[in-house]
Design a protein around this ligand. Sequence first.
Ligand code: URA
Length: 226
Amino acid sequence: MSKEQPTLFPELVPFQAQPPEESYVSFVPGVKPEEAFLEIDTLDELIGRMVECKRCGLRAGCRQVVVADGDPEADLMLVGEGPGQDEDEQGLPFVGRAGQLLDRILQAASLRRDEVYITNVVKCRPPGNRLPNPGEVAACRGYLDAQIRLIKPKILVCLGLLATRTIIDEQAAMGRTRGKWFTRQGISIIATYHPAALLRRQEYKRPTWEDFKSIRDRYQNLRRGE
Ligand code: URA
């Protein structure tokens, strides 16, 4: 006689452990879990990694890695394109002409530069201030994703087309996308013109100011707990 027990539920197959599903969903589109520095849980450690980064050719042509400026506890984060010559020299984002204009816009919107967090899509200056190319953006966007994960801003402002395409939608056009609020992973996101564009195009000033009034209002409501 067979010693095998009759199977009560022959339709049930034995449980087999599945390999864990990768559950990390990046904030910045296109960042794979293995590119998101998930093993890093402090900003200091992340800065250390950025400073020694040689993932693309930009590091060889710049003086220093420009990580960020402002309050790491900020509720409001601004993301520009990449460092220019002044930023490369001083090691801080938005300190040249465009940066001075950004400071004035922030001030007009009742925001202090030291209460927000400012960074760029790429952390190294592209030679001759050219636009970072797609490979350079792809090499750097994991750092931006990790900055957002660690800073946990409540409001994120994309300054200009590169930040808008990197964060909101790679097909975005400024005219269509700016001034609208989006929400992703509980963070309110808005795009506006880059301050450098305002230096060239007077007609961008008014819509940019409208955008910053909206940013100011949302930020103040947030601070009041609304
Ligand atoms: N433009 C940017 O996008 N970032 C800077 O830091 C300076 C100018």
